[in-house]
Design a binder for this molecule. Structure first.
Ligand code: HOZ
Length: 437
């Protein structure tokens, strides 16, 4: 693997961009080594600035559900490009995208488009507070809902990667009303709800920012019941799971209906789009139909909505892609189960649909404490070997990796061969010092 140009670029980047990246996880902080500087992507392959090719399991952190450079999305964006890139005025395409989202996602009667998932969650929190007249909200340890101040408390994703789950710069005032429960632990939520004044419970229905951690039976249903009892709004952060776990996201897959949903990633088909939506009576409070202020010059941007419409149209017309990724995922489940059984490696594979993570601990993996107990060093050693072998996994133990509809059986067979070989290496010659002793 050549890295000369990437090293030069990283040096140049660090001089002008904090940490050399525009989003922290990309810096490979928890896995060492050299971040990828990407020049091109097609299907399941990305190429770096040194000409190395990798099979991509990051998929731009989720949006590339159809693979890179999908013709339907490329054509839609090219068509719009010829007609202008931003108007700051309403368009037919944003009406179409809103209608598609409401048709596909069971709980959404009305939706507001934003430019990122972070904007969507910040706005949903403001709305939940306004609707209920309450200040506090509950989130989960290791849960990540973008970088709005109130959410940067015990946060996962890049915040966990950098060891700053509570970011400096978040005032005590902004964090005062954030209450933190344990994922998959209804009692912890009940205890916080009992303190009163809870406007909302924010949850990633399948946690994706502490690695992929599925909800246990009854957890999401229990949150729904608790919110009904207390009058708090249930907010599903489906930025990762939306359109990925089913056309209607995790709420369709698990049959639990939230009051509000936040979306991002896939809804933009690779361009910057987020959204929040839900019950009509709640959404009616958003300006200008109601008093809760929320705005954005690039919200509903025509290039982004063109890509989003093309993506959602494709998904709606090709439901077979969900069976395809599920079949690939099951093949991964069976292979990891076999290799872990045969070798006794202290490793746990967790997957739901097209998202999954390998944890370097014996499990069970069910919440932040069980994730945190896993070996970051072994994860880093495995990640580096996989990268060297040409497979680009999420570069942090606190992220999910993603399958796309473009992955093939043959891709997964090659991936599993490499994973077994590199896992054997990590658990043999290159074991970290603390486990060699
Ligand atoms: N928040 C993203 C992962 N959960 C990372 C975004 C990025 O680095 O591009």
């Amino acid at each position: 693997m050549r890295t000369d140009r990437s090293k030069q670029l990283f040096d140049a980047a660090r001089a002008r961009i904090p940490g050399g990246v525009n989003s922290p996880v990309r810096a490979f902080g928890r896995v060492g080594g050299q971040p990828l500087f990407v020049t091109r992507a097609e299907g399941v392959t990305i190429w770096d600035a040194d000409g190395n090719a990798y099979m991509d399991f990051v998929g731009s952190w989720g949006p590339m559900f159809l693979g890179h450079d999908h013709p339907a999305i490329r054509d839609a964006v090219a068509d719009q490009l010829a007609r202008g890139t931003s108007y700051g005025a309403p368009t037919e395409a944003e009406v179409e995208l809103a209608e598609r989202v409401c048709d596909m996602v069971p709980s959404i009667d009305m939706v507001r488009l934003t430019s990122s998932g972070t904007e969507a969650t910040m706005s949903a929190l403001r709305l939940a507070r306004a609707f209920t007249g309450r200040d506090a909200f509950v989130k989960f340890r290791g849960g990540y809902h973008g970088h709005g101040d109130a959410f940067l408390v015990e946060a996962g994703s890049g915040a966990a990667t950098l060891g700053v789950p509570n970011s400096p710069g978040v005032t005590s005032g902004a964090a005062r009303d954030t209450r933190v429960a344990e994922f998959n632990d209804l009692d912890s939520v009940r205890a916080l709800a009992a303190e009163g004044d809870v406007a909302a419970v924010f949850v990633e229905p399948v946690a994706g920012n502490m690695g992929c951690v599925p909800p246990e039976d009854g957890f999401l249903e229990g949150l729904r019941a608790l919110c009904d009892e207390t009058g708090a709004l249930l907010v599903f952060d489906e930025v990762m799971t939306g359109f990925r776990l089913a056309p209607g996201g995790a709420q369709e897959r698990y049959g639990v209906t939230p009051d509000l949903t936040t979306l991002g990633k896939i809804i933009g088909g690779g361009l910057p789009v987020g959204a929040f939506g839900g019950r009509a009576d709640v959404m009616a409070m958003v300006a200008p139909s109601g008093p809760v202020y929320q705005a954005g010059t690039l919200s509903g941007n025509p290039l982004a909505t063109a890509a989003g419409n093309a993506m959602l149209r494709w998904i709606a017309e090709h439901p077979e892609i969900y069976d395809h990724v599920e079949a690939l995922g099951r093949r991964m489940d069976e292979a990891f189960e076999r290799m872990i059984d045969e070798n006794g490696w202290p490793v746990t594979w967790r997957r739901v649909g097209a998202m999954g993570s390998l944890f370097f601990g014996p499990g069970p993996i069910r919440d932040w404490p069980t994730v945190e107990a896993c070996s970051v060093d072994r994860f880093a050693a495995w990640f580096s070997r996989m990268l060297e072998a040409g497979f680009y996994m999420a570069p942090s133990p606190f992220e999910a990796s993603f399958l796309s509809a473009a992955h093939t059986e043959e891709n997964i067979a090659r991936f599993l061969d490499a994973a077994e070989r590199t896992l054997a290496e990590v658990h043999a010659t290159d074991r970290p010092a603390e486990v060699r002793a």
